[in-house]
Design a protein around this ligand. Sequence first.
Ligand code: GLN
Length: 472
Amino acid sequence: MKKYTALAEIQSLIAQQALRLTDLLEYYFQQIEDHKHLNAFNEVFFLSAKKQAEIIQKKIDEGTAGKLAGMVIGIKDNICYQDHLVTASSRMLEHFVAPYNATVVERLLAEDAIIIGRLNCDEFAMGGSNETSYFGPVRNAADPERVAGGSSGGSAVAVQADMCLAALGTDTGGSVRQPAAFCGCIGLKPTYGRISRYGVIAYASSFDQVGTITSSVDDAALLLEVLAGADEHDSTVSEQPVPAYSQTLVPANKQKIAVLQETLESEALDPEIREAIVKGIEKLKADGHEIEYVSFDLLDYLVPAYYVLTAAEASSNLSRYDGVHYGYRNKDAKELNELYKHSRAEGFGPEVKRRIMLGTFILSAGYYDAYYQKAQKVRRLIRDKIESLLANYDAILLPVTPTPAFQIGENIKDPLVMYMEDIFTVLASLSGVPAISLPLGNNKAGLPLGIQLMAGHFHENTLLNLSNSFLK
Ligand code: GLN
């Protein structure tokens, strides 16, 4: 059982003087200690978190604390927190200290959240099981022999096992939503361009988004409200004003929801997930929402288009790790080319190398048109189709994952099997629309299941309100 599931509970205890921040922090430190075997944290920020707790408690006592006072949050280890290590779970950055704060960190700190540590993830966020981390896999608290999901596996397990109230992750093709589903949490990937990526280690820049993992919709809404909005350091962030999501959270009234038929009919879909989703649909109907099954005939193109484009972007983004500018450097190289080669060969793990090589091939003269250009066109078709659906429906419903959390070691040897696990999450990423993964109870073996909702660009409100009523 989680001790606290929403910030409001904590804040009311603090207001009644029944809880002090330093005790709250000690509680989470103890939880982290008790769940060490899950390997969720790459580092716990004991010193800076304690210092923050004292300062914020003082502000609370003086009545000047920010909106997030009382929130203890973990950040994925690809988000920069000044003067703290940030490794992207890679040997390449094992000793790299963040020289400045990511905008999301600035915004958390400005509202008095306590950052408790950095969370394990797949290396450079490339993976769907947290098994590509240089620091070892994260284990699922529901069954430690199973994966946490990825790439934000540490973020999901930290919330699942009550090691912090909430966590930040990043979602390029499902990395917030899929681990959230595997761990029974709420995972929100906002619209592309809603939240700044300044200070977030890049994987595939036309997809990467920061997202949240929480136990309550209220906290997802509050965090989005704090994190979203224009940033002079990141020109891809939209200038659109940020609604007060946490204030406008109401149970959604009659919404029109499209269920993507082919996703439920997919042979890859686990029968227990299908059954749970059908029950979820019945609940939505009973709540007065209008549900229609619609055809989506592009399902087979999602994973290929996603992997062609993200590998291409990754190969370009990761060219900066050359053993000269950043991170790991081979000590024995005698000349420059050797230095590049050995540093990259030793600093990167196999999955990252696979994608760099694939991406370099895709972008090379002669193959660019056949792969990269073509995948861009496919992306446009997918996006157009989703936009045309969202012109007629408020939301789209589909599974998050084809299966519940699989065994550690089960899929890692076959990249294609692993990539196919992303089939339902890459759709929102290719389209740039917001999507949320909601818990849907457990299967017979006790493993968490999830359901996914997508909405139109910048319609996070719709997702939050629907989620709010769905989970009640
Ligand atoms: N599993 C997907 C991949 O490996 C998604 C990762 C992510 O969203 N960062 O690319």
